[in-house]
Design a binder for this molecule. Sequence first.
Ligand code: ISL
Length: 525
Amino acid sequence: MSFKDSDGDGVGDLNGIKSRIDHFSDLQIGSIWITPFFESPEDDIGYDISNYTNINPKFGKMKDFEELSEEAAKRGIKIIIDLVINHSSDEHIWFKKSVDRIKPYDEFYMWQDPKGYDSNGRPIPPNNWMSLFGDSAWQWNDKRKQFYYHAFSKKQADLNLRNEMLKKEIKNIIKFWVHKGVSGFRLDAAGQYMEDALLRDEPLLNPSIKKKEYDWRDFNHIYTLNLPETYELIHELRLVLDEMNEKKGGAERIMISEVFGNLTMQRKFYGSEKYPVTHFPFHFIIGSDYCTARKLHERITEWLENIPEHGVANWISESHDTNRVGGRFVREYLHIENFLMMMLPGVACFYYGLEIGMVNSPVRPDQIQDKHSDPLSFRGRDVARTPMQWDDSMNAGFTTARKSWLPVHPNYWSENVESQKKFGNSYYNIFKDLLRLRKTKTCKNGKFNSYMMSRWIYAFTRVLKGYETYVVVMNLGTETEIVNLAGEIPHLGDSLKVVVASDNAGYKKSQLLAAKLALPLVARW
Ligand code: ISL
């Protein structure tokens, strides 16, 4: 939607991605994840699908997808798409047939009778479950005379994922897209897949706090989030994908789950070697608060030490649902996140624009496109969905239309791919250098050691016998600080050399001067 528009309608599209595919090869990026481009009434920018195997004409035709997938394959780039099966649009033919109780679709959704009727004759929802987008999660359908459940908007009706016929349809959707050249799926809202069969009320997180109206955040979602049956369903889908790997000659396709929760819960989404679930759940790294070196050390080591043996770590800092890191904190924090994600062991997942340090955009109320600002983010989701900034021409080279679907950030004059390519220590060039470093043997297989150098200075090393060792140092505080690396890190070589550094990060003998605000660097010996 926001990457590149090819036909001048102000909205990004598949041909746009194809026209900029060399941007990914230039950065040596291995896979790209494209958010939903399927037929949809767009109540939630396409996360409300009305036909899973048709493409929304706004984004292109099937032929365009096939060409994109061919061009990507030529460059060794894999395509990952969103599998949005927690819910479908209420405009999907399944839903319409379900309303009319046509078999087998009558049981494709979560229909329930009312608990009773109020004094005005209005039906009362079956229980207290809330929608993430506000209000009760139950919507009355006057034709079927029943409620249907929706974890998100009422135009996103939850699918009844216990239904065998529906599961068959979903498996066919997976196969369809694999045949079209897709190499992986992001399981959208996987935590929401299953709900308690007994429809028990969710308990309040804090029953002593009395409110007139409660919202989603007030509840402990023990009956609607991350139910054990979820892993069983994903495992079933995973087997379909794995079987296709074998048929198609090896190359492993991946499944990523979008889930939130503590480590114990996230671990379950890996499954085990014998019982695989997803390859990994997305793991947001820093989150929404400032970090001390200790906190960062704890978060990283806790995660790395607890990943099941067959699993791989992964790191993600922002998405189309969050604010940009450069908007949550000072912009320099972007470097911190990038240095961490690139140099820690595991998969690094980047949201478009991070390579040029894009920050939250000012979006005026009359420009807002998102009908359902995620209640968990504090300023709505559009601020992080604005067009990619390619150059300093009109609309940052994103579109030839006078107006793009969301406004381009006004800083595009200076912050764009073209200008940053020319400027030595730009976000883009640093990003590219880090990506190059990632390809080294040490970064791929090196052992990880974590060091809290001071309250604010955090460091870690990647060590592989017989290869160069890397040390990554970052200042999470706001003051210049000098740290003695040699004092903390064993076997620190004499020939320490800085290989990638953000502005102002300095080095003198075995001391590192991690200057004011963030500003990380990588050195090697
Ligand atoms: O459950 C959550 C927190 O515990 C949510 O963050 C939830 O997982 C998330 O909002 C799901 O997001 C995805 O599905 C939504 C869509 O609006 C988002 O854009 C998408 O990323 C509904 O399809």
